[in-house]
Design a protein around this ligand. Structure first.
Ligand SMILES: [Zn+2]
Length: 78
């Protein structure tokens, strides 16, 4: 999802949206369907713009603005 690059697991961030609100699953253990992007702001933004979260999670997803400035999205480059 996102840039399509095959990223290392540690470079990926898991997101869930059990109630339709997208949030980062830091522990990667939230139940249900998860969506991964690289921990890179540009890749997150692209996934959001392409509605990739909604497709992957198979539901309507609201993406809080503050997620794109999540300090966890620390990868600057690939
Ligand atoms: Zn990426």
């Amino acid at each position: 999802m996102g840039c399509g690059r095959k990223a290392q697991q540690r470079e990926l961030v898991r997101f869930v949206a059990p109630d339709g609100l997208l949030r980062r699953d830091g522990a990667r253990r939230a139940p249900g369907r998860g969506a991964y992007t690289c921990a890179r702001p540009a890749c997150f933004e692209r996934a959001a713009a392409n509605r990739a979260f909604a497709r992957t999670l198979r539901r309507n997803v609201t993406i809080p603005k503050e997620l794109s400035t999540d300090p966890w999205l620390t990868v600057k480059d690939h």
